[in-house]
Design a protein around this ligand. Structure first.
Ligand code: 3SL
Length: 245
C-alpha cells in the first residue's frame, strides 16, 4: 500500500488515480458526517452550492431531510443545522438524510469523488478508517485535508498523520515504504508530537480559534477525541455517503 497526503484540495492532482481517497475535515465537516451516520442518518449528501442543496432537498419529504449549511463557521440562515456534530443526535437525525454544504470539507470530498472508493475521516473515526484500509488493502491511498480556503490546516494534517501512524504500525513496515510523498513523513511527525494533547493543538489552529470566537468550545472538545466512533462514511453514489456497516 502507498499512502499520499495532500494538505489542501487544491494540491490534489487533477486526474484522480487513487484506489481509495479519504477526505478529512476534523473541524468540523467530516466529524459531523461521522456523527450523523452514527446517530442513524440514512445518508449524508454533500453540496458545494447552497442553492443546489436547497433545490435537491426540496424533492424530499420535510420529515425525511435535514439541511445543514455553514459559511465562515456560522449557520446559514434558514437552514436546520449549521455544522456542529453535537446537533446530530439520534432524535434529530435518525432515518433522515443530512443535506450538507460547508466552506471547505464538502469541497475536499468533491475533489476526489471520482475515486473508486471515497471515505470521510476525522479523529473520532481514525481507527475505523485504518481498519477499512487493512481489510481492503487498496494499492494507492490518498488522504486529502480540507484546509481552510486553500491554506494548510493543523487539525486536518494531524488527523492524516494519525491515520498514517496507525496504519504503519499495523502493517509493521517502515514509514518510507508506506509513504507516497514527503507530506506523510511531515504529518506523522506532527501527530507524534501532539498525540497526547490534540485538544491543545486544536486550540492553536487558526480555525480552532475562529470556532472558539464563535463559542464552539464543546465542538472542539468533541472533535479532538480519537477512535470514539466505528462509523466509516463511504460514498455510495456521487456525493452521497452512507455508513459502511
Ligand atoms: O470548512 C468546513 O468545511 C467546515 O467544516 C468549517 S466549520 O468548522 O463548520 O466552521
Amino acid at each position: 500500500m502507498k499512502l499520499s497526503i495532500f494538505h489542501t484540495p487544491e494540491l490534489v492532482p487533477t486526474k484522480t488515480d487513487a484506489d481509495c481517497a479519504i477526505a478529512v475535515d476534523v473541524l468540523r465537516a467530516t466529524s459531523t458526517m461521522v456523527t450523523a451516520l452514527g446517530a442513524g442518518a440514512e445518508a449524508v449528501q454533500v453540496f458545494s452550492d447552497l442553492d443546489k442543496l436547497l433545490e435537491t432537498s426540496d424533492r424530499w419529504a420535510p420529515e425525511k431531510r435535514i439541511r445543514a449549511g455553514e459559511r465562515g463557521g456560522a449557520m446559514v440562515e434558514g437552514f436546520d443545522f449549521g455544522n456542529s456534530p453535537l446537533a446530530c443526535t439520534p432524535e434529530r437525525v435518525a432515518g433522515r438524510r443530512l443535506f450538507i454544504s460547508t466552506t471547505n470539507g464538502t469541497r475536499a470530498l468533491q475533489q476526489v469523488e471520482s475515486a473508486p472508493i471515497v471515505l470521510a475521516a476525522a479523529l473520532i473515526n481514525r481507527q475505523a478508517i485504518v481498519q477499512h484500509l487493512l481489510d481492503h488493502q487498496p494499492e494507492t491511498v490518498w488522504i486529502v485535508a480540507s484546509g481552510w480556503e486553500g491554506s494548510f490546516s493543523l487539525e486536518d494534517t494531524v488527523c492524516a498523520g494519525a491515520i498514517a501512524h496507525s496504519l504503519q504500525a499495523a502493517l509493521n513496515c517502515s514509514l518510507d515504504k508506506l509513504a507516497g510523498n514527503d507530506e506523510v513523513i511531515g504529518a506523522v511527525s506532527l501527530y507524534r508530537q501532539w498525540q497526547d494533547s490534540l485538544l491543545d493543538l486544536l486550540h492553536h489552529a487558526s480555525h480552532g480559534q475562529r470556532l472558539l470566537r464563535l463559542e464552539c468550545h464543546d465542538d472542539l472538545n468533541y472533535c479532538a477525541q480519537t477512535d470514539t466512533s466505528t462509523v466509516v462514511p463511504i460514498q455510495r453514489e456521487l456525493g452521497v455517503l452512507v455508513s459502511e456497516k
